[in-house]
Structure formats: structure tokens, C-alpha cells
Design a protein around this ligand. Structure first.
Ligand code: PEP
Ligand code: MN
Length: 362
């Protein structure tokens, strides 16, 4: 160590080091600003970034100039990191929609389904009915029971997206006619899933609320077509979709002209095997707190079992859900689909009484 340094105390030396840190930082920032400018020109010209040949040339020049005491090995290591960081930091910033909090295409507040408001501060709604429309008798019995209780939104699947081709596939257009006729006769509104563009017009004519099933959330062609329809949409979350992907699917509908969207959380696939899916209530809270969009929770498909439905339903309302979807069947044991998760009339009555103020109606 030179005499001049020995005469300085540690504190003075540290002050000098601090000063150099400031200068190195300023130089690094100036350097990255220049790299950004190079990147902008290269991007415009469609040229690749980084350029390994130029990086090697820069290090070679520095090694020839290097007076020491920094070793050649350190120069190589430090510059490798400087090059890597500059390339990373020069990537143009993209707005992150999740942090933006607003989705300009999506309408905040409530959505009307017939004369029932969903979201926007309205009382929570109940969407109930069988997994599948099986017969006119089954629908008559179920719709009479539910509407007598005060339920106004009646579900029933007609085109069933079943995992197995050997399972009941639904009554199709015949089921749609049964659902529509029965629900109208009882002064309620119908909710059913559209699985194919082929049935778009029939479904729009027969349903008051068109459901996009979990499996179809990623079907962008279907979403685009539904954008042109004059009916509100119940957009279920795919079991492997992030909240962002789900919101993007909603943007497809809105971007194509239909912003009457009610989101529906129905559980996502996790490693858990005791429930059919894992109900993601964080997503529901997020949708309400950050985006203020209407969101309902399908507890039946989330749980895949009856015993925990009441607890999940209470939890969903506690985090701010605008409503629930529950599968109800006159005789769940004989149901042609999802028999293990549908509620019989007695169980539904108990659930209903525990959840809602009867005078408020849902
Ligand atoms: C349904 O609601 O009938 C259904 C099939 O649900 P999901 O699309 O959520 O699986
Ligand atoms: Mn079902």
C-alpha cells in the first residue's frame, strides 16, 4: 500500500470508495441508457440482441488496456454480468394489467339477467338447477320447487361437456326447449351452457344467460361469436387458467361487443384429490377488490361432493361473491351426471335457509 493511502484513516478510504460507487452507478446507468437506445434501433430494424461477437471484442480491448490490480479473470466476470444486466434492463417495459387495477373493456358494476341484477351492490343471487336437463318431468319438478323457494335463475345443461364419451351427453336442442319452456312457465330465467358455435342462435333464443363452460374458456372463436350476441354471459374459469387468462377471456367477449359478463369461479385443478377441484376464493376476492366485476361461485363443481357445499357457499359470500351456483336434482342418486355433488330438495332447502334472507330473495 502506498504511503499516501497509509496516512489516510479507514473512514476516509471508505468515503472515497462510497464516492466511487456513486460514480460507477452513474456510469452503469449511462451505459444501460445507451444499450436501450441501441436496442430500440435494432428492434426497429429487426436485428438480434445481444451480439456475442461484440461482447467478446469489448472484453479483449479492456484486458489489453487493464493496468491492474483488477485481474483479467475479474474483468471477464464483471463484464459478463454488466452485459447480461444491460440486455435484461433494456427490454421495453410492458404495462402489467394485473397491477393496473382497471380493465377498460370490462364493465364494472352489475349485469341484468332479465329483471335480476347480478353484482353492482345487489343482493347475492342463486343460480340453481340440475347438472343436466334429463326430462320434462324432472325439470317441471325442479323448477317448481326452486321458484316456490324464490330462486329466479335456473340452470340446466343441455350440451354436456363430459370427460368420458361413454357418459350421458345431454338432450341437446330437445333439452334446451324443455328448459326454456319450463323456466318461462314459472316466470324465471334460464341459464345453460353453449359448447359449440353451431348452437349459438338456438341457445341465445332459449337461454336468458349463456354459460361458457370451464373447458370453453380458452375457445376464443366461441368467445368472439358470443361477443355479437344480445345476451349476458356467464364466463366460467377454466380449471387451469390464471386470473389474468380468465380476465383476458372476458376481454374477448367485451372486445367483440358484449360487456354483459358475469364471471364464475368453479375451482381449479390442484394436487388435492379429496375434492373434485380446489375452490380459489383468493381469485374471487381479487376480482371484487381490484376490478369490481360481477362474480359468482359454483360450489358444486368446485367441491364435487355434497357435504362441504354449505361451508363453501358461506365462505364464497364472505369474500364478496355476487352469487352462487348450486346443482339441484329431485333424486341425486339417479341423476345422469354429477350425481355425487347434486343436492336433493331437502338439502337445498337447508342451505337456502342458512344463507339468504327469504324476504330479500335471490
Ligand atoms: C356445468 O356447469 O354444467 C359444468 C360442466 O361446469 P364446468 O364447465 O365448470 O365444468
Ligand atoms: Mn355438473
Amino acid at each position: 500500500m502506498s504511503k499516501a493511502f497509509e496516512q489516510q484513516g479507514v473512514e476516509d478510504l471508505r468515503k472515497e470508495i462510497d464516492q466511487l460507487n456513486h460514480e460507477i452507478l452513474a456510469l452503469l446507468n449511462r451505459r444501460t441508457t445507451l444499450v436501450k437506445a441501441v436496442r430500440a434501433v435494432k428492434d426497429a430494424e429487426g436485428r438480434a440482441m445481444p451480439d456475442p461477437g461484440r461482447e467478446v471484442a469489448q472484453v479483449q480491448t479492456l484486458l489489453l488496456e487493464n493496468p491492474g490490480p483488477v485481474t483479467a479473470k475479474s474483468i471477464e466476470r464483471i463484464y459478463r454480468e454488466i452485459f447480461r444486466s444491460a440486455v435484461e434492463d433494456s427490454v421495453p417495459e410492458r404495462p402489467t394489467p394485473m397491477l393496473a387495477g382497471s380493465r377498460p373493456m370490462l364493465r364494472r358494476g352489475g349485469v341484468m339477467v332479465g329483471d335480476v341484477q347480478v353484482g353492482g351492490g345487489a343482493k347475492p343471487v342463486m343460480i340453481a338447477g340440475p347438472c343436466s336437463v334429463e326430462s320434462a318431468e324432472q325439470m317441471e319438478e325442479t323448477v317448481r320447487f326452486l321458484t316456490d323457494m324464490g330462486v329466479r335463475l335456473i340452470r340446466g345443461g343441455c350440451f354436456k361437456p363430459r370427460t368420458s364419451v361413454f357418459s350421458f351427453q345431454g338432450l341437446g336442442l330437445e333439452g334446451l326447449q324443455i328448459l326454456s319452456d319450463t323456466v318461462k312457465r314459472h316466470g324465471a330465467m334460464s341459464v345453460t351452457e353453449l359448447t359449440s358455435i353451431e348452437h349459438l342462435q338456438d341457445t341465445a333464443a332459449g337461454a336468458d344467460l349463456i354459460q361458457v363452460g370451464a373447458r370453453s374458456m380458452f375457445n376464443y372463436e366461441l368467445l368472439k361469436k358470443l361477443g355479437e350476441v344480445q345476451r349476458p354471459i356467464l364466463l366460467k374459469r377454466h380449471f387451469a387458467a390464471t386470473v389474468e387468462e380468465w380476465l383476458m377471456a372476458a376481454e374477448y367477449l367485451a372486445g367483440h361487443g358484449n360487456d354483459r359478463i358475469i364471471l364464475c369461479e368453479r375451482g381449479i385443478r390442484t394436487f388435492e384429490t379429496q375434492t373434485r377441484n380446489t375452490l380459489d376464493l383468493s381469485a374471487v376476492a381479487l376480482i371484487k377488490e381490484r376490478y369490481d366485476l360481477p362474480v359468482v361461485v359454483d360450489v358444486s363443481h368446485a367441491a364435487g361432493r355434497r357435504d362441504i357445499l354449505p361451508a363453501l357457499a358461506r365462505a364464497a359470500l364472505a369474500v364478496g361473491a355476487d352469487g352462487l351456483m348450486v346443482e339441484v336434482h329431485p333424486n341425486p342418486a339417479l341423476a345422469l351426471s354429477d350425481s355425487q355433488q347434486q343436492l336433493g330438495f331437502d338439502d337445498f332447502s337447508t342451505l337456502w335457509a342458512s344463507l339468504f334472507d327469504r324476504r330479500g330473495g335471490c
